[in-house]
Design a protein around this ligand. Structure first.
Ligand code: GLN
Length: 525
C-alpha cells in the first residue's frame, strides 16, 4: 500500500479547531504537490446527518455523489479544493448498519459478532476504501468527538490497529488539545494536555505530533514540558494561536514546519512547499476595508453553523470583489409585512438560504417581497427559490392560493409540489442548462453547469404558462428530468434564485459565480 494515513484526534474540549487544523495540513501537503484526500469519522449513531436538525448539528453538507455529510467536509473541501465523496463520511450508524446487514446475510460464518474485530474491521475497511477510491498519496482522517468519549472508542481502537496492520511509517497520529490561559496568574496550563495524551496512550495510541490551541504563545520551557510528558519530539509540539482569518491557519502551521515533519515521518520526497497563492489570498483578505452588509433571512439563524457554507461563500465572493462581506442573520420569525422595511432597509443585499417545513414562512415571503419591490439584490437558494416563486405568484400575478404542498398539503394552487418520483430527496450533482441571453448564462459564462442539490419539492411545470407575460424568467432547466433549476426577474437589478446549493462549490480562492455576481450587485447599491 502506498497511501499514507494521518489520524487527527482531539482532547480536552470540543471546538478547538481540529477540523481546521486537519484541513490546513491537507492544504500544506497539497502545496507540496501531494494528492490529498480527507475523511471524517463521526461517533454519532445517525447513519448520516441527513435527518439531524440544522439547529443541533449545523448544516448538512452535500457532496457531488449526493452523500449527506457533516459540515466538516465543507471545511475540508474549501481548504484542499478536492471534491470529496461518500467514502469521506463514516458514522457509527453507517458502520453498524453494514455490520448488521452482513450478519443478517450470514456473511460472518456463524461467528459471534463483536466490536472487536467486526466493527473495527468495518472501520478499517472504510480507510482502505477511501485510499482506493481516491488514489491519494495522503489520506487525512479526522476522528470526531474528544478522546475519552464512550462513542469514539471503536474508532480509536481501529486506528490503533491500523498502525499494526500497515506500519509505523505509513501512519501518523496528530492530537489536538487546548492550553488554557489563566488570566489571574497569567499562566498557560499544560496539565489538561498531559491528561488528554495520557488518556490517548491508555488506548494504545502514542501521538506523533501535538497541536495546542492557545490564546498566548508557548514558551520554550512549556514546549519542553509537553514534549517530555507526552513523549513527542520538541519540534512536534505545534502551537495553534487564535487567528484573525480562518485561512491563515495553514500559514501559521507551515511556519512551524509541520509539513516537513509529516513528510519526514512518512519518508515522502516532495517538491518544496509553494504557498505563493495562499499567502497572496490571505494578504488580500486581511487588507479588505470596504464593507458590504447582507441580510440572511432564515429559519435556523440561532446556530451560525446551520448556514456555514452560505456564510463562507458570501465571504469568498467578497474577497473576489475586494470587500469584506458582513452577513447578518435575521430570524424569519421576527419579520412580517409591517416591519420588513425597518428590519431590512440598511442592507445592500438579501439572501434566503435553504430550509424545510412550514414554520416562520410569512417573514421569508415578506423579505422577498421587500427585496423585489425595493430592487434590493436578492439571491434565493433552494427554499429561497421556491418561496420566491410563491411570493411572485401571490403578489404579482395575484394568485393568492399559490403555495407549496410542503407548507400546505391542500394548497389551492400547488405551485411547488413533490417531485414526480415521490418524496425521496434529490441529492448531489445534476446538470442545468442555462437560457441563452439570461442573466444566469451571462454570470456563469456557460450554457451548461453542474451544481449540488438537496431537495424534495420542485416547481410544478403545469403552471408555467401563468408566468408567460410576466417579468419572471425561467433561466435554468435540468433537461433530462425536466426540473426548473433557476429563475430570475428581468425588471430588477439582481433577483436570482436557484433550486440547487451553489454554496457547496465555493472556495476561498475560487469564489462561486452566483455569489460573486450577487455581492457585485450589492456593492453597486
Ligand atoms: N424544503 C424544500 C424541499 O425539500 C427546500 C429544500 C432546501 O432548501 N434544501 O424541496
Amino acid at each position: 500500500m502506498d497511501t499514507k494515513f494521518i489520524f487527527v484526534t482531539g482532547g480536552v474540549a470540543s471546538s478547538l479547531g481540529k477540523g481546521i487544523n486537519a484541513s490546513s495540513i491537507g492544504r500544506l501537503l497539497k502545496c507540496r504537490g501531494l494528492k490529498v484526500f480527507m475523511q471524517k469519522f463521526d461517533p454519532y449513531i445517525n447513519v448520516d446527518p441527513g435527518n439531524m436538525s440544522p439547529l443541533q448539528h449545523g448544516e448538512v453538507f452535500v457532496t457531488d455523489d449526493g452523500a449527506e455529510t457533516d459540515l466538516d467536509l465543507g471545511h475540508y473541501e474549501r481548504f484542499i479544493d478536492e471534491n470529496l465523496n461518500k467514502y469521506s463520511s463514516v458514522t457509527t450508524g453507517k458502520v453498524y448498519l453494514r455490520v448488521i446487514n452482513k450478519e443478517r446475510n450470514r456473511q460472518y460464518n456463524g461467528a459471534t459478532v463483536q466490536v472487536i474485530p467486526h466493527v473495527t474491521d468495518e472501520i478499517k475497511q472504510a480507510l482502505h476504501d477511501v485510499a482506493k477510491y481516491s488514489g491519494a498519496d495522503v489520506v487525512i482522517t479526522e476522528i470526531g468527538g474528544t478522546v475519552g468519549d464512550i462513542e469514539s472508542l471503536p474508532f480509536l481502537e481501529a486506528i490503533r490497529q491500523f498502525r499494526r496492520d500497515i506500519g509505523y511509517k505509513n501512519t501518523m497520529y496528530i492530537h489536538n488539545t487546548l492550553v488554557p490561559y489563566i488570566a489571574a496568574s497569567q499562566e498557560l496550563k499544560t496539565k489538561p494536555t498531559q491528561h488528554s495524551v495520557k488518556e490517548l496512550r491508555s488506548l494504545g495510541i502514542n501521538p506523533d505530533l501535538i497541536i495546542l490551541r492557545t490564546e498566548q504563545p508557548l514558551n520554550d520551557s512549556q514546549r519542553d514540558k509537553i514534549a517530555l510528558f507526552c513523549d513527542v519530539k520538541k519540534e512536534c509540539v505545534i502551537e495553534a494561536l487564535d487567528c484573525e482569518v480562518l485561512y491563515e491557519v495553514p500559514l501559521m502551521l507551515a511556519e512551524q514546519n509541520i509539513d516537513e515533519l509529516i513528510c519526514k515521518h512518512f519518508g515522502l520526497e516532495t517538491q518544496p512547499l509553494d504557498l505563493t497563492m495562499w499567502v497572496k489570498m490571505v494578504e488580500g483578505i486581511k487588507g479588505l476595508k470596504e464593507k458590504v452588509r447582507i441580510a440572511l433571512v432564515g429559519k435556523y439563524v440561532a446556530l451560525k453553523d446551520a448556514y456555514l457554507s452560505v456564510y463562507e461563500a458570501l465571504k469568498h465572493a467578497g474577497y473576489a470583489n475586494g470587500v469584506d462581506v458582513v452577513t447578518e442573520a435575521i430570524d424569519s420569525g421576527e419579520i412580517n409585512e409591517h416591519n420588513a422595511e425597518e428590519k431590512l432597509k440598511g442592507f445592500q443585499g438579501i439572501i434566503v438560504p435553504g430550509g424545510f417545513g412550514e414554520r416562520n414562512i410569512p417573514g421569508i415571503l415578506a423579505s422577498i417581497k421587500y427585496a423585489r419591490e425595493q430592487k434590493i439584490p436578492y439571491l434565493g437558494i433552494c427554499f429561497g427559490m421556491q418561496l420566491a416563486l410563491i411570493e411572485f405568484a401571490q403578489n404579482v400575478l395575484g394568485l393568492k392560493g399559490a403555495n407549496s404542498t410542503e407548507l400546505d398539503k391542500d394548497a389551492e394552487l400547488p405551485l411547488i409540489d413533490l417531485k414526480e418520483n415521490g418524496d425521496s430527496m434529490r441529492l448531489g450533482l445534476y446538470a442545468c442548462s442555462l437560457l441563452p441571453g439570461s442573466k444566469a448564462q451571462a454570470i456563469y459564462g456557460k450554457d451548461e453547469i453542474y451544481e449540488r442539490h438537496r431537495h424534495r419539492y420542485e416547481f410544478n411545470q403545469k403552471y408555467l404558462s401563468l408566468f408567460a407575460d410576466s417579468s419572471l424568467v425561467f433561466s435554468g432547466l435540468n433537461e433530462k428530468e425536466n426540473i426548473i433549476e433557476m429563475i430570475e426577474l428581468n425588471d430588477h437589478p439582481f433577483f436570482l434564485a436557484c433550486q440547487f446549493h451553489p454554496e457547496f462549490l465555493s472556495r476561498p480562492n475560487r469564489e462561486h459565480p452566483l455569489f460573486r455576481a450577487f455581492i457585485n450587485a450589492a456593492l453597486s447599491r
